[in-house]
Write a protein that binds this ligand. Structure first.
Ligand SMILES: Cc1cc2nc3c(=O)[nH]c(=O)nc-3n(C[C@H](O)[C@H](O)[C@H](O)COP(=O)(O)OP(=O)(O)OC[C@H]3O[C@@H](n4cnc5c(N)ncnc54)[C@H](O)[C@@H]3O)c2cc1C
Length: 394
């Protein structure tokens, strides 16, 4: 018996891999698509550990356009994927994002970005302090110059619903999910001919997509590709603040260095550690002190009702952090004719999965982008060392 051959092998079956599998098969149902996932529980995939929010407020137009499509897909999920997804709704809560700035320069930048975002169809408004006080009477704005608010198309949703729905729908169209770890990608000249799994199986591949999150750099090294992505630890806190009941609160991005959003009757909050740096791939120890040491005082100063705040639970997730510019790296790897990458999302990849899957399916099937041009996020910028910096990194 000859070895198994697949038209496309996708390494990593979380949201990016599953979205691409679904888009590929939706376009070409005859395609043989294999998704290899080493942990089908997804316990440590960023997809499962995400804060699951979507915004239009990015500094790069291509990211705004990705989220323009993302919000429609997430809002109308069952219409997009159909009954095979098995998920009726992603429970989108459209409370908006509120970015604060404490400087005139920051406020001026907000105005520029809001104009760019509105030009692409978003509804970003820059509000002065008096307006902020009227809109959010339970917050204090003494140290604030302006706030940038997404009046619609921003909020949070069900991350596992997105993953499961896409995976079910991909399977419904014929994608095969296989549990296994890809330990080698076989390269002959400029072509990838197949992958090897940990248990020794060799599988032939017409094309390979690396959608392996923090596992992507190791996979890329197997074909001689140097992806400047590293794991960065983020500790997320769910807190109970019984005196702070503001279910309509936006997702607050506070310039003092934390974010906060409602989560049912509780709140989710997190910060970026001062000594943010690469972490070990098996470091899942929460930085439990961050709430007391960094977040709580800032939170207490910002809003009423956080005098009594108790950590109910906390978890650690790893960003696949792109050192060059904190943006996704998407597309065909330069010098290779059939090895594609989708990684380096740096904390905003869940909302990007619908547009990224669509774009990569176009690229793999037709050699170019047909709907939204994702080439500004192409891997060639790495070899050229030309960053496409994302200023609105959370
Ligand atoms: C704390 C936190 C908060 C976040 N908040 C948001 C947010 O609010 N909004 C947003 O849009 N994004 C957010 N993100 C980012 C978002 O969750 C990720 O960008 C997105 O889920 C990435 O999906 P992925 O499929 O590319 O990677 P992952 O979800 O990491 O999945 C990669 C998969 O590849 C598998 N894999 C790896 N190596 C191999 C191998 N060799 N063989 C087989 N399988 C392999 C892994 O097991 C894993 O299942 C957040 C992330 C974190 C950690």
């Amino acid at each position: 018996m000859g070895r198994e051959h697949w038209d496309v092998v996708i390494v990593g079956g979380a949201v990016t891999g599953s979205s691409t599998a679904w888009w590929l098969l939706r376009t070409d149902p005859a395609l043989r698509v294999l998704v290899v996932e080493k942990d089908p529980t997804y316990a440590r995939a960023a997809t499962a550990l995400s804060v699951a929010s979507i915004r239009q407020q990015f500094s790069n137009p291509v990211n705004v356009e990705i989220s323009r499509f993302g919000i429609d897909f997430i809002r109308n999920f069952s219409r997009h994927v159909g009954p095979a997804g098995g998920v009726a709704s992603l429970g989108l809560r459209e409370n908006g994002y509120l970015f604060l700035s404490g400087t005139e320069a920051g406020a001026a930048l907000m105005e520029d970005l809001a104009a760019m975002q509105r030009g692409l169809g978003a509804a970003t408004e820059v509000l002065g302090v008096e307006t902020l006080r009227k809109r959010f009477p339970w917050m204090r704005f003494d140290d604030v110059v302006a706030g940038s608010l997404g009046a619609r198309d921003e909020g949070w949703f069900d991350n596992m619903g997105l993953l499961n729905g896409l995976r079910n729908a991909a399977r419904g169209l014929g994608a095969v999910y296989r549990t296994g770890e890809v330990t080698n990608v076989v390269r002959e000249g400029d072509r990838i001919t197949g992958v090897t799994l940990a248990e020794g199986d060799d599988l032939g591949a017409g094309a390979v997509l690396c959608a392996a999150g923090t596992g992507a750099p190791a996979l890329c090294r197997m074909v001689g590709a140097d992806l400047p992505v590293e794991p960065r630890k983020r500790t997320v806190f769910v807190i109970d603040a019984p005196n702070a009941r503001h279910p309509d609160a936006p997702l607050l991005i506070d310039h003092t260095g934390f974010y906060l959003r409602p989560e049912h009757n509780h709140w989710i909050t997190a910060t970026v550690p001062d000594d943010d740096r690469v972490c070990d791939l098996d470091d899942w120890e929460p930085d439990a002190g961050q709430f007391e040491e960094t977040i709580w005082e800032r939170l207490y100063g910002r809003a009423e009702g956080f005098d009594a705040a108790k950590v109910m639970r906390l978890w650690v997730g790893h960003y696949d952090y792109n050192l060059l510019d904190q943006n996704a790296v998407l597309g065909l790897w330069p010098g290779l004719s059939n090895f594609y990458v989708a990684a380096g999302f740096s904390g905003h990849g869940l909302q990007q999965a619908p547009a990224v899957g669509r774009g990569l399916s176009e690229l793999i099937l037709t050699g170019g982008y047909r709907t939204l041009d994702l080439s500004p996020l192409g891997p060639d910028r790495i070899a050229r060392g030309v960053p496409m910096l994302e200023k609105a990194i959370v």
